[in-house]
Design a protein. Structure first.
Length: 583
């Protein structure tokens, strides 16, 4: 028993051995800490623990196996003599043979030139300047120095995440395949996981808030209208995601007016019509739709849900409405197109012109090959608006770090982080250039006055979207419904012959009906789908369509019409002053 006590003492001093240890954590300890344990002149590793043949040829696996068998026999005898303590150290001694084999494999790996060298985290931390900038993404180290001055999101975001793991910031912004655009030499190698700082297992206050909100989250059917969905989204989305989705320009006056403008148009219902059967079917840019609504192009759906835009594509396919894919989508073109319900599902591609015209040309040609049904050119954001909610949140996407040029970009938020490539000098002459590159229908998005509507069709656009970017660009820009009304009065011929769409401020099916009465072909919804995707994923996006379908059908029946083509200006009237009803 004295011997057993000494063995236990020595084992504890060396290192605790538990059956919960894994090979990854155990073997380094065995290699460095498990040496022959000797009490007095006796050693646990005696000549009998390994066969003569194994000693003569250490590479002989049979000898190793025989040695392991002999060790097991000694282990059994030792257990009988010394009890549990002897068994404990016997297990350690028997494990040594396996450790030797693993050590041999490690040596072979080191001698193999094809085995990638692990990069210590301490080495990555040294590269945090414009002249040498490394980041870790998905366990791999990349030298991003070559794109410091050309990164679409700007320099500040790179510098802020330099010398550390940028995976979380990267995946929400960039679609898969982005890293393949870097030159091969930019891939430094895998980071050594053993050198990475330990991640705290404790939830942050925001994570606790989100977890609690999601635990109490009702099913999608609990949302009776789009405002309900927005409320749920504010509760469950991260601060960064909510701020980016909800943010608007300056004092939010245009954002508010987008919705208020609909309240100045009141219906003139017709009665005593048979309305048991109504049809909401229509077409947009030559593509069929079950409703006069479409998913407006909006960036970064993955901020709300890991499947991002793929959820929106699936929902749009199931509900049979068109979808616009943003050039700043967080899912790749391949992901979006593979999520379609069928090859002919109508998906439009929204484009910002790149400063590098060759890049825009290549992209335009690609989207035609991929099967997109139309090209939407956004023209209302020569630069991002001042979105203070987004700027205050900032997230992991911007902010200076050893950046000598950071003062001009400090705290500009997600919008600025993804828009650095956009060309502020796009002009009307570019329309002809785009038309020369593709046979796809061209829709110009961001028209904010009658004169530009006229000009857009003069330059060959097949359609226009009256939009102020959801109130996210210039504050005090007019509401789309206001411009639609003006276009209807001044150029009824355009309304009659051309395809005119609006987006912004739509929260009810009656808003859609008012726009269609004034000649709009369809109405886009952006935030509603981003909110719903962030709350319930694909089911949430489908719920948006279901709510709009119910409200549009109900509104049509109460208005006295049974099909979309029956909607006309005689069914609405404009009021200069809002009625006394609470709005």
């Amino acid at each position: 028993m004295v011997l057993a006590q000494r063995l236990v003492t020595r084992a504890v001093r060396t290192r605790p051995f538990t059956t919960a240890s894994t090979s990854r954590g155990l073997q380094p300890w065995i290699n460095t800490r498990c040496r022959p344990t000797t009490i007095g002149t006796r050693s646990l590793r005696t000549s009998s623990s390994t066969s003569n043949s194994a000693r003569a040829n250490p590479n002989n696996s049979e000898g190793t196996s025989e040695g392991a068998s002999t060790s097991t026999q000694r282990l059994q005898r030792l257990a009988l003599v010394t009890g549990a303590a002897g068994l404990l150290l016997g297990m350690v001694a028997a494990s040594r043979n396996t450790a030797q084999l693993d050590s041999k494999k490690d040596d072979e790996a080191e001698s193999n030139p094809n085995t990638p060298k692990l990069i210590p985290y301490s080495e990555v931390q040294k590269h945090t300047t414009r002249d040498s900038l490394w980041v870790i993404i998905d366990g791999q180290v990349y030298d991003a120095t070559c794109i410091v001055d050309t990164h679409p999101g700007g320099t500040a975001v790179l510098l802020k995440n330099s010398g550390k793991d940028a995976t979380k910031a990267f995946v929400h912004i960039h679609p898969p395949g982005t890293l393949s655009m870097l030159p091969p030499e930019a891939h430094v190698g895998p980071v050594d996981p053993e050198t990475l700082p330990k991640q705290s297992k404790e939830l942050t206050e925001e994570e606790k808030r989100i977890a609690k909100a999601r635990a109490n989250l009702p099913p999608p059917e609990a949302a009776l209208n789009l405002n309900d969905i927005a409320k749920f989204a504010e509760e469950v989305l991260s601060t960064t995601a909510w701020a980016y989705y909800r943010s608007a320009g300056d004092d939010n006056c245009t954002f508010d007016e987008n919705s208020n403008a609909f309240k100045r148009f009141w219906f003139r219902p017709r009665v005593l019509n048979k309305v048991s059967q109504v049809s909401t079917a229509t077409s947009m840019i030559g593509q069929p739709s079950s409703l006069p609504i479409f998913v407006a192009p909006a960036a970064l759906a993955r901020l709300g849900h890991p499947d991002g835009e793929m959820n929106l594509v699936r929902a749009a396919g199931s509900e049979q409405i068109p979808l616009g894919m943003s050039i700043n989508a967080s899912c790749s073109i391949d992901e979006v197109m593979s999520a379609r319900e069928h090859d002919q599902q109508p998906i439009f591609f929204q484009l910002y012109m790149n400063r590098d015209r060759a890049a825009s040309e290549a992209l335009i040609k690609r989207i035609e090959r991929e099967g997109f049904k139309a090209l939407i050119l956004t023209v209302d954001s020569a630069c991002p608006g001042k979105r203070e909610l987004d700027q205050r949140a900032k997230g992991d996407f911007s902010g200076p770090a050893n950046n000598t040029k950071a003062s001009e970009n400090k705290g500009l938020g997600v919008a600025h982080a993804i828009s650095g490539y956009q060309d502020p000098d796009v002009c009307w002459d570019d329309i002809a250039w785009i038309r020369s590159l593709t046979k796809l229908p061209l829709v110009i998005k961001g028209i904010q006055c009658v004169e530009d509507a006229e000009k857009a069709f003069k330059y060959g656009a097949q359609g226009i979207i009256i939009s102020n970017h959801g109130g996210r660009s210039l504050d005090f820009a007019p509401a789309p419904m206001t411009i639609l009304h003006e276009l209807h009065k001044r150029r009824p011929d355009i309304i009659k012959k051309k395809e005119v769409y609006i987006d912004g401020g739509v929260t009810r099916g009656t808003d859609v009906l008012k726009a269609l009465c004034l000649g709009a072909r369809g109405v886009g919804l952006g935030r509603a789908f981003l909110y719903a995707n962030g709350v319930w994923g694909e089911a949430g996006a489908r719920r948006v369509v279901q709510i709009m379908r119910e409200e549009i059908e109900t509104g049509m029946r109460l208005l006295g019409v049974t099909s979309i083509d029956q909607l006309n200006p005689s069914l609405v009237r404009y009021v200069d002053e809002l009625p006394s009803a609470k709005l």
